[in-house]
Design a protein around this ligand. Structure first.
Ligand SMILES: [Zn+2]
Length: 279
């Protein structure tokens, strides 16, 4: 095993890491120590949820990151291992949406509220809680059809250009919305664009977000468990119709939630217990 780990460390720099705009890269390390240094942030290497001798790091890639090679390094006691992050552009479809004009060009009296909500969310997402609240795989908050995936290039009312920062689940009638994993409720609020909102802190820089809700079953500060009902879906905020918008934030970056859940859940499968440089 020791020889294997030594060989692995030797080969890590040769492998590099493949990633995509808007998606997170989950890297497994031979020990749960050190940090990954990227161009703009240091990301802690955390313990592997199923194999405590290994480490993991979740490196989010901003949606607007240009394609290219970005040097990173893993710095742990006694070693510094260079790792190239090769960012490619996945295919994202385009969508045109018609919404309430006030949700595209807000009235002047709404601007202060919008700014406050934006600042509040920014503070939450950039708060690193050094505790992991979950120890099981993640689940979807709703088991209905997906009506819009993460990453679609969107145009609202023919003018406002944006992209879809989460995934939308069909919910024509109010449906119970489930916590994707254990965590702490850090925000319950009606917001201008997101409508009825619940945000959960899962610890270690990972947050899940549930938008457009019509009712809440939880309050700020509650400790919730995976599958617990957070509230009911609805049609509040900037919407074309009733649905659930579900998002994940990692180290302050909006990431493809289903892609990240799939990677995290793979860690719980036996074959993933061998450390690899990238996946
Ligand atoms: Zn959405």
């Amino acid at each position: 095993m020791r020889l294997f780990v030594t060989l692995l460390i030797t080969f890590l720099p040769l492998w590099g890491v493949e990633g995509y705009r808007g998606k997170s890269v989950l890297i497994t390390f031979p020990s749960p120590s050190g940090i990954v240094v990227t161009a703009d942030k240091n990301i802690s290497v955390l313990s592997h949820p199923a194999e405590r001798s290994l480490g993991i790091a979740i490196v989010p890639i901003n949606y607007y990151t240009p394609e290219g090679i970005y040097p990173m390094s893993w710095i742990a006691p006694g070693r510094e291992v260079p790792l190239d992050l090769n960012v490619a552009a996945p295919f994202y479809p385009t969508e045109t949406l018609s919404v309430d004009p006030a949700k595209v060009t807000p009235p002047p009296e709404a601007l202060e509220r919008i700014e406050q909500e934006k600042a509040e969310a920014h503070t939450i997402y950039n708060t690193f809680t050094p505790i992991r609240y979950w120890d099981k795989p993640f689940i979807r908050p709703l088991e209905t059809d997906i009506t819009s995936f993460y990453g679609s290039a969107r145009t609202y009312n023919g003018t406002l250009k944006s992209y879809h920062g989460g995934v939308d689940f069909r919910a024509r009638t109010p449906l119970p919305i489930l916590a994707a994993n254990d965590g702490i409720v850090v925000l319950v609020k009606d917001r201008y664009y997101a409508g009825g909102t619940v945000i959960l802190d899962h610890g270690e820089g990972l947050y899940s977000c549930y938008f457009h809700l019509s009712r809440y079953n939880v309050s700020v500060g509650d400790r919730v468990t995976r599958g617990q009902i957070l509230g009911m879906s609805g049609a509040t905020g900037r919407i074309t119709g009733p649905h659930l918008h579900f998002g994940l934030m990692v180290h302050g970056i909006q990431t493809d939630p289903l892609h990240l859940i799939e990677q995290i859940n793979t860690l719980f499968k036996k074959e993933s217990d061998e450390p690899v440089a990238a996946r």
